[in-house]
Write a protein that binds this ligand. Structure first.
Ligand code: HPA
Length: 272
């Protein structure tokens, strides 16, 4: 595993001398955020040795390196999901690269289905905690001692200070930001109404198919992590209509201006 990470990093280092401060992972329909930063270089995943390639529409699949508010950003424009058939280790390899390159904070974004009836499509939710129902863990197998401990603590997986920063930036910009628990499932089929009712009773406010592997890997290395869900649709059975990926990408695109403002406000305010 470490050899693979080193091989990928060697390739990136051969292209550019860059030390990132903050890592960002952009979810479904949110990839356009990169247009608001001062770009240094784009590196398609397919050019990087060992990296899996994203197969989902709405996920571009490249690293974008650049600057915003005096911070060096390393951005994953598009992520890989478990349902694409890769292992959790493989899908978190791009994040391991960002960690080894030296990021000190991570902002994760995703599109999620709203379970909490107080939410509506187009809302933004800061994740306060998660429920891992993906039936897997990216840390299974020999522990990467140079990254972190065998049994990482997950009590405060989502950094309180970063959550408060995101809420404060939202208030300043007049964006109402929700807070809630994210349940992660493997997908790719959306949930049934009965499954959503189960998740609601468990205490989940939103549901998605990503983020959890990345948060576990980030916490393993003690990286301060913030995660924001774009509520792209109400989850199955909450409203009387079927779900579609088109709706997910459409809603995420619609809130892009708010989302970009919020993300840039957070990047400016982050203390690292
Ligand atoms: N369920 C699971 N994943 C999702 C959803 C959903 O309703 N919306 C966006 N990602």
């Amino acid at each position: 595993m470490e050899d693979k990470i080193n091989r990928s990093i060697k390739y990136i280092d051969s292209l550019v001398d860059f030390s990132p401060d903050v890592g960002i992972i952009l979810g479904s329909g949110l990839g356009d955020y990169v247009d608001s930063i001062d770009k240094t270089l784009e590196i398609p995943y397919e050019d990087i040795p060992e990296l899996p390639v994203s197969t989902v529409p709405g996920h571009k699949g490249c690293f974008v390196l650049g600057k915003r508010a005096n911070k060096n950003l390393m951005i994953m424009q598009g992520r890989i999901h478990l349902y694409e058939g890769y292992t959790m280790k493989k899908i978190t390899l791009p994040l391991r690269i960002m960690i080894k390159k030296g990021i000190r904070a991570l902002i994760i974004t995703n599109a999620a289905g709203g379970i909490n009836r107080g939410f509506k499509p187009g809302d933004l939710m800061v994740i306060t905690d998660h429920i891992n129902l993906m039936g897997d863990n990216p840390l299974i197998g020999p522990n990467l001692e140079s990254f972190g401990p065998r049994f990482p603590d997950m009590t405060e997986a989502y950094d309180k200070e970063l959550i408060n920063t995101a809420l404060a930036v939202g208030r300043k910009l007049g964006i109402d930001i929700k807070k809630g628990v994210y349940a992660g499932l493997k997908g790719p089929s959306y949930e049934t109404p009965a499954e959503i009712e189960m998740l609601r009773r468990m205490g989940a406010d939103a549901v998605g198919m990503s983020t959890i592997p990345e948060v576990i890997v980030a916490r393993h290395s003690g990286i301060k992590t913030l995660a924001i869900s774009c509520i792209s649709n109400m989850a199955a059975g909450i409203m009387d209509k079927p779900l579609s990926h088109q709706e997910v990408v459409y809603t995420a695109k619609k809130i892009r201006p708010q989302f970009v403002k919020l993300l840039n406000g957070i990047v400016s305010s982050i203390k690292i």
